[in-house]
Write a protein that binds this ligand. Structure first.
Ligand SMILES: [Zn+2]
Ligand SMILES: [Zn+2]
Length: 460
């Protein structure tokens, strides 16, 4: 029967609006329970040491409320999750005295280490079922399960800083809910409410972003990974700072995050893009995806900052003609926009090691190579404390942005980044240099920690 205009009564509109009424109808239609009792495979991490992660058969629990079940297509094997998967020592803050025992885990981390946890903090897949309160996605939708949630209603989301969404801080042992059981009845939890290293992810509405694309699982998994979203976030989301057309961008660290930042800088119209990394193979990928210059910090040594300033200079230093130079108390010229993406080594790399395994030296250099008036976005997990020349810090004109997720606004930016993939503007294949089925996850993670691959993805 055709709906008549008079069916939309004024009272009905006032009570909630036509759109909302239509949506609640859709809501009822999609209030479908998952298939509790369904078997699936997942990598369970528990205990200490290198054997802590094993592939297990699990039984799905029923879902409710705002929960979403996603059939995993691909998950990025993020370097920052490697300690938890491979049982490596957690990077501490500051060097340990020689001979000192490893630091004990903080209480929450120690409790998490004893729980049966599916690691992984992101992925892509297809929604299989949603709880009765879910509005954002429907069964059959392809989604990015975002490493950073976006609730849209907390203090941070409302002031435009979804990268700081307060749901991000609700991932401790008492926040997690059991999503499945092991054969012996042990309850299974999803790391970060995501747990990407499994055939199914059970997450919450706040973590899913619908993406409408026919891209392959590996390409979509790459562009939707935490590292690619963070890298593109820095230079293409324009939340924290703008990359200006024709400007000079320096990217310190050409892992998957830095290489995504380089692509974002290219897409945003930067003219000179300087990629800095000790690994030759990564410098080659940097040139392929958009860098105009690359530098090896081991070769440049303590001249690295000076070299970036030279590369950032204009054709001359005629100050009445728009020129600039490298002199002066505050450091003179430099890159207009710097992305720092190095961080601490979790294990000794098998390829070329950088000059400082704590990641502090590259962080100092990144700050100093930024031009007065420029912006620096930092993204990494270094180990230790940072010392900077105080005068440059106080009045040197650099604006520092501590860019969780590169400042990206997940619901707005992830579909945009997928569009960049679909239109051939973002090169996913050059970054996803290892793609393995679920059984190959541990071997692929070892390549990530050895840095013998740019990044690795597990498909399920
Ligand atoms: Zn990550
Ligand atoms: Zn929020």
């Amino acid at each position: 029967m055709q709906r008549k205009d008079s069916d939309f009564s004024r009272r009905g509109v006032l009570k909630g609006g036509v759109a909302l009424a239509a949506q609640s109808g859709a809501l009822r239609a999609q209030s479908k329970s998952a298939s509790p009792g369904r078997k699936f495979r997942g990598w369970i991490s528990r205990g200490a040491g290198s054997g802590r992660t094993t592939l297990q058969e699990l039984t799905l629990r029923p879902i409710t409320g705002r929960q979403v079940v996603v059939r995993t297509e691909a998950t990025n094997l993020c370097y920052s999750n490697s300690s938890d998967v491979l049982g490596l020592p957690q990077p501490g803050f500051g060097p340990l005295p020689p001979g000192a025992p490893p630091r004990p885990l903080p209480p929450a981390a120690a409790e998490l280490a004893q729980m049966a946890l599916i690691q992984g903090h992101g992925g892509v897949g297809v929604v299989e079922a949603v709880g009765p309160e879910v509005r954002r996605v429907q069964p059959g939708d392809r989604v990015c399960v975002s490493g950073t949630p976006q609730c849209g209603s907390c203090y941070q989301c409302l002031r435009g800083r979804a990268d700081m969404c307060q749901f991000l801080g609700r991932q401790g042992p008492s926040d997690l809910v059991p999503i499945a059981d092991m054969r012996d009845g042990t309850p299974v939890y999803a790391n970060s409410h995501i747990g990407g290293l499994a055939e199914l992810m059970v997450t919450f509405e706040e973590w899913v972003v619908p993406v409408f694309t026919k891209a392959s699982a590996a390409d979509l998994g790459m562009v939707c990974s935490c590292v690619a979203v963070a890298g593109l976030g820095c230079t293409a989301s324009q939340v924290l700072a703008y990359v200006q057309t024709g400007s000079t961008v320096a990217v310190v660290g050409c892992g998957p995050l830095g290489l995504s930042a380089i692509q974002g800088a290219r897409i945003s119209g930067a003219s000179r893009i300087i990629g800095i990394d000790p690994i030759r193979a990564r410098r080659e990928v940097a040139m392929k995806v958009g860098a105009t210059h690359v530098l090896d910090p081991n070769v440049e040594g303590d001249k690295l900052v000076e070299k970036v300033r030279e590369l950032s200079n204009g054709p001359n230093n005629r100050l009445w003609a728009g020129g600039r130079d490298s002199g002066g108390l505050l450091g003179g010229a430099g890159a207009d926009f710097v992305v720092e993406a190095v961080g601490a080594d979790r294990a000794k790399p098998k390829l070329e090691a950088g000059p400082d395994p704590t990641g502090i030296l590259p962080l100092q250099q990144a700050y100093l190579m930024c031009a007065p008036g420029g912006d620096i976005v930092t993204t990494s997990l270094p180990s230790g404390n940072l010392t900077l020349p105080a005068v440059i810090f106080t009045i040197g004109g650099r604006t520092h942005h501590a860019g969780q997720y590169g400042g990206a606004n997940p619901m707005r930016d992830i579909p945009r980044f997928v569009e960049l993939l679909d239109r051939g503007q973002f090169d996913a294949k050059s970054l996803a240099t290892t793609v393995v089925p679920i059984e190959g996850m541990l071997g692929a993670y070892q390549q990530v920690i050895d840095r013998t691959t740019v990044t690795a993805l597990m498909t399920a």
